[in-house]
Design a protein around this ligand. Structure first.
Ligand code: ATP
Ligand code: MG
Length: 602
């Protein structure tokens, strides 16, 4: 492609809208254009990158025996009502764009495709003989993200590869899951990215395996906790660990103390001269279930620890039947206006005790009349602890479970693991923290969707059984930007060769120099014929501008038809290392071919 004929516009300045390097660079180098919040156009260079990523994904998926298809983006509400996700996706999380057509039928724009594929499986799979199956597509997804940001990293319209597998038994599901794990490792290795596979939250279903693939980068929105021995890595949402040891409480006697202005643990511990590990902290949440019931949740947790809201949410979904609900719509810390709805009296915030009376809850319709009291495991062994006195400005010290306070029946792990905690598999290992960009997720779904939607098959014994499912996603457009986040320098993008939009760019310093143009044209043609995807910068621009642009757009090799032509040579510069070599004109094709093939073969 000739730059003189391309839609090619680069910016000298960093665009104000971009915060992270990869977003700035993709905008500056003319790969993407913002059309609206979380909505981007992929310009020709970007589209080539996306197609390269897609090709690698497709090759590795096909190699596992998965089959490609294309599913509709317009999805009838009925299917989402069957699976029970319509309300959560349109109301609670509100992540699905929903619309009503001219016949007054409700539809959603696909944020994901479990419902569609399960409906197809229900229609087409009859017998165990048709199993297992793994079907995938590479397509645009729509999600009304609360905070679209960082360009393609969190868009409202983005490209995903999503695969769905159907098996007759758990063993087959595990086998496909393994195959997907392998395919994902190949994909991320081939795209030239440094990644880490981590244990991931599987939601409330529990038990089922789930793994995320993280591209390690400072700008990542996810926190990964891992151990140096390489034996443990998990998303912080899921991570488990041993908490730090308890420091014994200095209080021997149970008594109420005046503790003015100590509404935070830090102030309290300073005032009482005790360790936060001697404190029971009581955190109030408001859980809203899908049947409209609000439940007030009081969590007891050790003073130095924090609640992991993902773990808490999963537990609350599990408790839904207790409130005659199916699922949880929202979990939040109630603000003042929320409290007004149900609080009979102003709550002693910052001074709450485990036995906060249920009388604080007004009898209002749709509000459970009793607190749901949950204890995190960290409070069970505390002796002579400090906790609130249910009175502003007062705490109690020297308290004990089953003496002054009752330990709730529900004792759970709802604590957030932290860097520095000791690892469960080996307590000599401590958890380390890294930032990651989630580019892939593989998940053993089980029978949740097939049971809800009645997708069954007949087994060898002639019995009707629900299909056992798995789902496997890759954020294709997010991955492309993550590659930039991992590979750039002060001059611009440094694409890994495998996903660069072009392998090489031939730069003509002066287009009115006949010899420079002739050699450049010849090399450009020969390189393309040899399968080296090549750009030709034949624009009427200063040489300096062209070199800057070539660096900015990050093409792996630059060939300059400049001064060395006199010796029958051209300059070949490697983008990543900036190393420059003068190479005989007739050797350029072989030279680059050898280099590129060596890199692609890895
Ligand atoms: P996240 O936690 O980042 O919101 P998710 O867990 O909701 O993502 P999945 O439903 O697992 O995402 O989707 C599969 C993949 O699609 C993710 O691993 C990610 O790479 C990509 N993805 C998800 N949401 C977006 C988005 N808004 N923009 C770009 N890519 C996305
Ligand atoms: Mg995910």
């Amino acid at each position: 492609m000739r730059l003189s004929q391309m839609l090619f516009v680069t910016l000298r300045e960093d665009p104000a809208e971009a915060e992270i390097p990869s977003h700035k660079l993709l905008l500056r180098a003319g790969y993407i254009r913002r059309i609206g919040s979380g909505i981007y156009a992929y310009l020709p260079l970007m589209w080539r990158v996306l197609q390269k990523v897609s090709t690698i994904v497709r090759e590795e998926m096909n190699a596992t025996g998965a089959q490609e298809c294309l599913l509709p983006q317009l999805q009838p509400a009925e299917l989402w009502k069957e699976s029970g996700r319509w309300d959560t996706y349109t109301k609670a999380e509100g992540i699905m764009f929903a619309l009503t057509d001219r016949q007054k039928r409700e539809l959603g724009l696909g944020p994901t495709h479990e419902e569609i594929i399960t409906a197809i499986a229900k229609d087409t799979i009859r017998s165990y003989r048709q199993l297992p199956l793994n079907i995938y597509q590479i397509q645009t997804k729509f999600r009304d993200e609360i905070r679209p940001r960082f360009g393609l990293m969190r868009g409202r319209e983005f490209i995903m590869k999503d695969a769905y597998s159907f098996s007759a038994d758990e063993e087959s599901l595990a086998k496909i899951y393994q195959a997907m794990d392998g395919a994902y490792r190949n994909i991320f290795t081939r795209t030239g990215l440094a990644f880490r596979a981590v244990e991931a939250d599987s939601g409330a279903i529990g038990g089922s395996a789930s793994q995320e693939f993280m591209i390690l980068a400072e700008a990542g929105e996810d926190e990964v906790l891992y151990t140096e021995d390489g034996k443990y890595a998990a998303n912080v949402e899921k991570a488990i660990s041993f908490p730090p040891d308890i420091e014994a409480s200095p209080f021997k006697k149970y008594e109420k103390r005046e503790t003015p202005g100590t509404e935070t643990i830090e102030k309290l511990c300073k005032f009482l001269k005790c360790s936060p590990t001697a404190v029971v902290k009581n955190v109030l949440y408001e859980a809203i279930y899908d049947n409209g019931t609000t439940v007030l949740v009081l969590v007891h947790i050790r003073g130095d620890q924090d609640v992991n809201e993902v773990k808490l949410q999963n537990e609350l979904v599990g408790l839904a039947p207790q409130y005659k609900a199916k699922t949880l719509l929202a979990l939040r810390v109630p603000d003042e206006s929320a409290q007004q709805k149900w609080a009979a009296n102003p709550l002693p915030l910052g001074y709450i005790a485990p036995d906060l009376s249920d009388e604080y809850i007004n009898s209002v319709k749709d509000v459970a009349s009793k607190f749901l009291r949950l204890a995190d495991k960290t409070v069970v062994d505390l002796k002579n602890f400090v906790t609130g006195a249910n009175e502003s400005g007062y705490h109690v010290v020297g308290a004990n479970w089953e003496k002054e306070f009752k330990l709730p029946k529900l004792v759970l792990d709802i604590r957030k693991a932290r860097p520095g905690d000791r690892a469960i598999h080996n307590n000599a290992q401590t958890l380390q923290s890294a930032r990651g960009i989630e580019v892939g997720h593989i998940f053993q779904l089980g029978t949740t969707y097939s049971v809800a939607m009645g997708a069954t098959y007949t087994n060898e014994q002639g019995e009707e059984m629900p299909l056992i499912m798995g789902c496997y996603g890759i954020g294709v457009s997010r991955l492309a930007q993550a590659a930039v986040e991992q590979s750039y320098d002060k001059d611009g993008i440094v694409w890994p060769v495998a996903i660069a939009p072009y392998h090489a760019i031939v730069v003509v310093p002066n287009i009115s120099d006949k010899e420079q143009m002739e050699v450049a044209q010849k090399l450009y043609n020969e390189l393309n014929i040899a399968g080296i995807e090549c750009l030709l910068d034949d624009r009427d621009e200063r040489a300096g501008v062209k070199f800057k642009d070539a660096d900015l757009i990050g093409i792996p090799y630059r060939i300059v038809t400049g001064r060395s032509l006199k010796q029958g040579k051209v300059e070949v510069v490697e983008r990543a290392s900036k190393q420059s070599q003068e190479i005989k004109i007739e050797e350029v094709v072989t030279h680059l071919k050898t280099q590129i093939n060596a890199i692609l073969k890895g």
